[in-house]
Design a protein around this ligand. Sequence first.
Ligand SMILES: NC(=O)c1ccc[n+]([C@@H]2O[C@H](COP(=O)([O-])OP(=O)(O)OC[C@H]3O[C@@H](n4cnc5c(N)ncnc54)[C@H](O)[C@@H]3O)[C@@H](O)[C@H]2O)c1
Ligand SMILES: [Fe+2]
Length: 376
Amino acid sequence: MKTFEIKTKVVFGEDALGYLTTLKDQKVFIVTDPFMVKSGMIERITSKLTTGNYEIFQDVVPDPPMELVVEGVSKVTAYRPDAVVALGGGSAIDAAKAIMNFSKKAANLMDMEFIAIPTTSGTGSEVTNFAVITDKQKGVKYPLVSSELLPQVAILEPELVRSLPSAIVADTGMDVLTHAVEAYVSTKATDFSDALAEKAVTLVFEYLLRSYQSSDDIEAKEKMHAASCLAGMAFNEASLGLNHAIAHNIGGKLHIPHGRTNAILLPYVMEYNSKMEGYNPRTYTYAAKRYAKLAKLCGIQGATTRTLVKGFISEIQRLEREMKMPSSIKECGVKEEVYLENKKEIAQGALLDACMDTNPREATLSDVLEILHQIR
Ligand SMILES: NC(=O)c1ccc[n+]([C@@H]2O[C@H](COP(=O)([O-])OP(=O)(O)OC[C@H]3O[C@@H](n4cnc5c(N)ncnc54)[C@H](O)[C@@H]3O)[C@@H](O)[C@H]2O)c1
Ligand SMILES: [Fe+2]
């Protein structure tokens, strides 16, 4: 038996933030990062709430650590809000998810509403039951997975992503593409997750470069915001794969932005998963056929599965070059000796990551080490 569920209400379109007026007269706890407060973006939220009836927790940092979650839980349990609003990228939303979940149980706050407002078009965290929390001491990122982490409401307001620097547009946009591609070749993919992933991939190919090139291109911002949410819905059902399993472990140890790590890995992981050793169509793998299908949907030309997959990988590399993204770990500024020191632990951690379970090709330690060698 299989099931497909979308629990989160997605609010989008003109005056999406107007939804927050439903929180008038309620006590609201806002989880966000310092940029949102300094830039004044927070006022887009607080102006809809009752003055004096909200508290702002603005200490979120990229790759939120457990200590931050503990601090947030102690604030929420003392304040006892009616609702928690997460404003920010995946880091703020993930931190809020963990804070919500632990506070509900610790202080019997089971009726708290949870609203997520993404300000990056990347993680899709607003509609997923994942939260990635970092253990700073061990240098490991742990994906928490539970339907209790799902926000009740996600508000998609593309105006909020206009201030995103172009390099972060590129990183987070490639995270969207990786979510959709991994969900599509996942061993848990279904017709329902496929529909969401296919739409997300075609939107990325049509709008990511435009969004990167201009912060005023509000149509491109809106489409990428939708793509991020659709890809989130797809992988929430189908899960992810080898790419994210490795990226979580590189992120925990080397602190390269999540989407950038995914972007560097994606061409190599696709080569690995498609395993195209010869030219005989009968030997093409499930993953190769699935990548070829996506390639066709994106308008990539090719007479065979092989040429379509190769063409798809080249298009991804071209997109990354146009967005001036690094194509190796070295180009991210990590010293070779630091990378070599961490390589084995990264590979071992990847094999234990929950995302590995749904990768279309079962990877061994030496397979992962080879991919880590290729991206050095
Ligand atoms: N929960 C999930 O399903 C899921 C999926 C993928 C990744 N993740 C996790 O999410 C985190 C990454 O999230 P992210 O890529 O959205 O980045 P982020 O939340 O870490 O933010 C990156 C930077 O962008 C800044 N920023 C965010 N919005 C901005 C805006 N509108 N204008 C200007 N600056 C802005 C932030 O202040 C921060 O400095 C990682 O920890 C990753 O592991 C979670
Ligand atoms: Fe991701």
